[in-house]
Ligand binder design. Sequence first.
Ligand code: WTA
Length: 660
Amino acid sequence: MSANDLRHQESDTLGPHAGIAAAANVSGMDAYRALVAEAERDYEGFWAGRARAMLDWHKPFSKVLDESNAPFYTWFEDGELNASYNCLDRHVERSDGSRTAIIFEADDGAVTAVSYAELLARVCRFANALKAYGVGKGDRVVVYMPMSIEAVVAMQACTRIGAIHSVVFGGFSAKSLNERIADLGAVALVTADEQMRGGRPLPLKGIADEALGMGHCDSVQHVFVYRRTGARIGWNSPRDVWMHEAMAAQSTQCEPQWLGAEHPLFVLYTSGSTGKPKGVQHAAAGYLLWAAQTMHWTFDLKQNDVFWCTADIGWITGHTYIAYGPLLCGATQILFEGVPVYPDAGRFWRMIERHRVSLFYTAPTAIRALIKASHENPDTHPGRFDLSTLRVIGTAGEPINPQVWQWYYEHVGNDRCAVVDTWWQTETGGQLIAPLPGATPLVPGACTLPLPGICAAVVDETGQAVPHGHGGLLVVTRPWPAMLRTVWADPERFRKTYFPAELGGATYLAGDGAMRDAHTGYFTITGRIDDVLNVSGHRLGTMAIESALVAHPGVAEAAVVGCPDALTGEAIVAFVVWKSARPEGVFAAQMAAELCAWVASEIGPIAKPKEIRFGDNLPKTRSGKIMRRLLRALANGEPITQDVSTLENAAVLEQLGLPR
Ligand code: WTA
C-alpha cells in the first residue's frame, strides 16, 4: 500500500486496520475527537479524571494544575501515592499475584520469568536493604546496570522508599558516570559485575570503580553489585555489597513510603546544546499517569497482551515503557538482555514467535539494520517467522522514513498491524504525538496527531502559528502532567532551554522542527533545531563531543556536525585542528583512530565519530564563529553555496574536504 492509498482512506474511520478498530480501547476517529474535545472543554477535569482512573491514591488530590509559578508547574500537588505500590502491590492485592510480570530472555537465550508477587517480594527485599544501608527519602541512587530484572528491582525499590533513581546507560564511560554521580551527589550506586552483550562479557563494576576514583564522589556510601557473570572483580570493603546478600538478609515486606505527587521520581540525563548533560527531573504522579495512559491509548493494551519494548533501561523509553508503563497496567512484558543481531539478525522475530508477543516497540535504527541483514541472510527475514500474534508495532526515538515504515508494516506487521510512530522526548515523559491503533488512519513517516489532552503546535520564532504545509518549531502550548519539572540543580537552565522568553515564557519548546500536513493536519518531525545529533536513536550534543575532542592533548580545536547515514540515521563527522603539524597519510589515520577511542573513553562508544578530518584551521566568520553550515556541506560532499569571501584561509576548505 502506498502513502497515497492510505491517505485516501482517511475519511474511513476504520482506516487500514479494521480488525483492530472494532475491539480497540479508542475505537474510531470520533472517539478520539471526543476525548480531544473533552480535554478542550475542561482541561483540569479531563486530567483529574485520568489521574483517578489510572492511579491508586493513598490521599486523594484536591488541586489539579497549579500554574502560578510558571513554568514550574505542579500537578495533583496535595495528593499522595507511591509508584511501586501502583506498579506492584495493587495488582497482587486484586488477584493472587501469579500473573507473569516479566519474562526475561538472556543474551544466550535462557529464559526466566517472575510473577507480580515474586517481583514485589524482591522489590521489598531490596528496598529494605537500601534502608538498612542508610538510603532514605530524597537520596539519589545511581543505577548502572545491564538489562535485567534486577535493574527493574533497583528502580522500583528506590521509588518504594522515596529515593530518586538516576539510571546511567551501561554503554557510558567512567567519565560520564562520574559526572552524573557528582552532579547528583548520589549516596549509592547499583551496578553489576559485568554485562553480557552479543556473546561477550563487558565490564561494569570495573568502570564504576574507575568512575568513583575520579573524584567528587565522596557522597557515595555503598555500591550494590548484582552478580551477573561471576567474573573476578575488584572489591572495596565495606563500601561494596553483593545485591543478593543484602537482599537475603531482608524481609519480603516493606511498607511503601507515601509521597507527595510532586516528589521527584527520577532524574535522567540527556544531551543538550551545551557540553554538560541535563538532569531531566520527573515528578511521580504526573509521569506515572501518562505512562499508564499511553499504554492504553498508543499500544491499545489489553488483558492478554504480551508487550515488548526493546529499548535499554538507560534511556527514557526503557523507563516509561519497561520499568513503569507495563507494570502500572499489570501487563506481561518481555525484557531482553542482548542485541538484535546475536546470534543472528533473526533474534527479534524469533523472540516474538517464541513468546507470542502482541505489542512490539523498537527503534527505527534497529529496523534499518535488520532490513539490511535480511538482504544479506534471508534466513533472518521476518517472513521466516510466525509473527501472527502481533497487533501493534511501534517506533520511537528518531524519524522513520517512509520506506522503512513500509517494510515494517508489510514484513513485520504482515499488512494488518497498526504501526505507531511515536514522537516524544526524555523531557516529555511519555509519547505526545502518536496514532491510536484503532482510530488514526496511518501515513508512513508521520507521527500523526497529538494524543488527547496534548496541545502541540508548530510556530515561528516569535511564537506565531505557522500555516499547515510550512515548517516551524514544535511546541506544546499548555503544561501536561508528565512534563519534566526542572533540570536537576539548574532551574534557570530549565527555564531558558524549554520556556524561552521569545515564546512568552510559558510555551514548551521541544527543540525539534515540525510541519503539519496541509490536508490532514498530521505532524511530521523534520529534525532537531539545535546542536543535538541523533545517532542510532541516541541523543548526543555536538558541544559534548567537541569538548571531549579538545580534551585530547594533541587537539587544538574541534567542530562536530551530523551527516545523514543510511544505517544510523545521522553520523558524526569531526573536523580537527592539531596542535602541531597537521596529520597526513598514515599518521592521520592513526590519529583519527586514537581520537575515536578517546571519545569513547570520554563519553562512551556511541559518541565515536564516523569520520575525522584534519585541517590547519576551521572555517570561521570574521567574528570568529565557526561556520557550521559550511562544515555540514563539507561533511556531505555538497557544493559550497555560502559566501566564503570572509574566510581567512580558503585552503582550509580543501584540506577539510571540498567535494571530490
Ligand atoms: C527524536 C526518545 C522523529 C526527536 C523517546 C526528539 C523523533 C528526540 C521521534 C528525543 C519520532 C523521538 N520521529 N523524531 N517519532 N521520537 N524523536 O530524549 O528529535 O532520547 O527530540 O527520547 O528524538 O530523544 P530522547
